[in-house]
Design a protein. Structure first.
Ligand SMILES: *[C@@H]1O[C@H](CO)[C@@H](O)[C@H](O)[C@H]1NC(C)=O
Ligand SMILES: *[C@@H]1O[C@H](CO)[C@@H](O)[C@H](O)[C@H]1NC(C)=O
Ligand SMILES: *[C@@H]1O[C@H](CO)[C@@H](O)[C@H](O)[C@H]1NC(C)=O
Ligand SMILES: *[C@@H]1O[C@H](CO)[C@@H](O)[C@H](O)[C@H]1NC(C)=O
Ligand SMILES: *[C@@H]1O[C@H](CO)[C@@H](O)[C@H](O)[C@H]1NC(C)=O
Length: 486
């Protein structure tokens, strides 16, 4: 997730289209209607059965069902998005559908969300097997991991120029198209409660997709997507307030000197997409001379050992912010543990794993990577502020939760607090510590229309660092109840 930004930017089917024949046949007999309904449900069943995952290489036995495959989203270009559905452990038909997105832009929710954060499986160190994540979010909901936009992970476009011409807008449009067509393949999810979740640059994707769904639902003759709410973590929200909050975090956590802090505040114009050279050089000084070799995604964690593997060290160099590349400044904000993602890169490039997942069926001409540098570098459009969409979501009655792991210095808690403060929401339940297993999990405040919560001691990828607390947060969110006071 790197966003260019000059710093100013925070930086940072075949589709069983069940044509709605039936309604147009309203003059025909009930018998014909029943036959048509049975035929279309059989067709849908066939569609989803082709996507059924029997077992992944090295996978422990599990009681839930899994499906994965492609949904075409644009015929002319030949764009198809890859998804992986892990249904709930128990009673999946009564549980909501939760979509999870990672950020980047360009990073994969299979790599991060599914394999390191909220998914049921973790990949072991030799990438030869999987083991169970005890705090998987599919203990509470059906999880749909979507690799978006085309060019991320296994999602592809047959028109290669698409990878150089994508951005926030295309991501939201294709993701909506995906959801609409996916529901046709899985009719049992039609009308189901849907929640959108994600982290980091998905702070753009999730609200933008929510806005797209709300607009879709207003159009006549469309099947409605029953969107109920969204939840985002360490979310890129507003370039200006995020940048200001990030610099403030660095200073308040003693990562930079008073002098550097003052110079950043006086020379940078945090509203600009592209900062002045003078400002950039202060950023470089802070990062190169003052930060030291820390993991910026969790400032108190040991950094990944670069001797431990080429993928990890390569990733590390890509994600360093404020390193000019191709005339732009890259800033990775997808969030990940640089030590663990290389297992994913080994595992998901295995031909047997790809076969089991019904992935890469068209011989994509490049390897599967956790983040696409090409997309990241060529990201064309990015909204400067997502706050207006928060106002729309709140007005639309969606449940809106925002959380923040408080030891992340990439999209830190101060950035999120400065951004959310602009909404000027009335407080419903004043600031209090919330608990998980008798420990303070973090702090929370409930506003009219929005719940904010921190996760104490968690880095950028909250469910990776604090899995038990993250699951508590998820369950409270789904119930629509404030976090536990004890
Ligand atoms: C992309 O091209 C391959 C090979 O021609 C084809 O099999 C596939 O269906 C195309 N994908 C889409 C989404 O049209
Ligand atoms: C990884 O999983 C495989 C398959 O279950 C197993 O044979 C192997 O010993 C595991 N390796 C590690 C390091 O856990
Ligand atoms: C996106 O960027 C590419 C090259 O950087 C450019 O050719 C294309 O016109 C841009 N598209 C949009 C919609 O800005
Ligand atoms: C880094 O690798 C070296 C050599 O393999 C090892 O001695 C050291 O303990 C490792 N450090 C961490 C933090 O894993
Ligand atoms: C897809 O498969 C081809 C081999 O058929 C392989 O070379 C390529 O790396 C794979 N790409 C992805 C994205 O999995």
């Amino acid at each position: 997730m790197a966003m260019d930004s000059g710093r100013g930017m925070m930086m940072m089917a075949f589709m069983a289209v069940l044509v709605v024949l039936i309604s147009s046949l309203n003059a025909t007999s009930g018998h014909v209607q029943e036959a048509a309904a049975a035929a279309s449900s059989a067709a849908a069943k066939e569609g989803e059965e082709a996507d059924r995952i029997l077992s992944l290489p090295g996978q422990p036995r599990v009681p839930f069902r899994q499906f994965s495959g492609y949904v075409a989203v644009h015929e002319a270009a030949g764009r198809a998005l890859f998804y992986w559905l892990t249904e709930a452990y128990s009673d999946p038909t009564s549980k909501p559908l939760v979509v999870w997105l990672n950020g980047g832009p360009g990073c994969s929710s299979v790599a991060y969300g599914a394999s390191e954060e909220i998914g049921p499986f973790r990949i072991n160190k030799t990438a030869s097997g999987l083991y169970l994540n005890k705090f998987s979010w599919n203990t509470a909901a059906n999880l749909l991991f979507l690799e978006t936009p085309a060019g991320v992970g296994f999602s592809y476009s047959n028109r290669s120029s698409d990878l150089l011409d994508t951005g926030d807008r295309c991501t939201a449009e294709d993701s909506l198209e995906f959801l609409v067509r996916w529901m046709e393949r899985f009719p049992r999810y039609k009308g189901r409660e849907v929640y959108l979740t994600g982290e980091s640059y998905a702070g753009h994707y999730v609200p933008q997709l929510a806005r797209q769904i709300m607009a879709h639902n207003l159009k006549p003759k469309h099947s409605i997507i029953n969107l109920r709410g969204i939840m985002v973590g360490n979310a890129v929200t507003d370039n200006y307030y995020d940048n200001m909050g990030t610099v403030t975090y660095w200073w308040s956590h003693a990562m930079i000197s008073d002098r550097t802090y003052e110079q950043l505040m006086s020379t940078c114009d945090f509203r600009r997409q592209k900062e002045s050279n003078e400002c950039e050089s202060v950023y470089s000084y802070a990062m190169d001379q003052e930060f030291g070799n820390i993991d910026q995604y969790n400032i108190y964690a040991p950094p990944c050992n670069s001797s431990e593997g080429s993928a990890a060290s390569r990733r590390q160099s890509i994600r360093l912010p404020h390193r000019p590349r191709h005339g732009k400044i890259l800033r990775q904000i997808s969030g990940y543990d640089p030590c663990t993602e290389k297992y994913a890169e080994t595992y998901y490039n295995r031909p047997d794993v790809q076969r089991a997942l019904h992935a890469n069926t068209t011989k994509i001409p490049y390897k599967w990577t956790a983040c696409s540098e090409v997309l990241n570098r060529n990201w064309n459009d990015t909204e400067v502020s997502i706050l207006p969409i928060y106002r729309e979501m709140i007005a639309g009655g969606l449940r809106v939760w925002v959380f923040s792991g408080d030891v992340d210095s990439v999209v830190p808690v101060t950035a999120t607090r400065y951004s959310l403060a602009q909404l000027k929401l009335a407080t419903k339940i004043p600031w209090y510590p919330w608990y998980v297993k008798k420990q303070v999990g973090g702090w929370t405040e409930v506003y009219e229309g929005l719940t904010f919560a921190t996760v104490r001691g968690a880095g950028h990828e909250v469910p990776l660092f604090k899995p038990r607390a993250a699951l508590q947060l998820f369950k409270s969110f789904l119930r629509g109840k404030p976090l536990p006071k004890s």
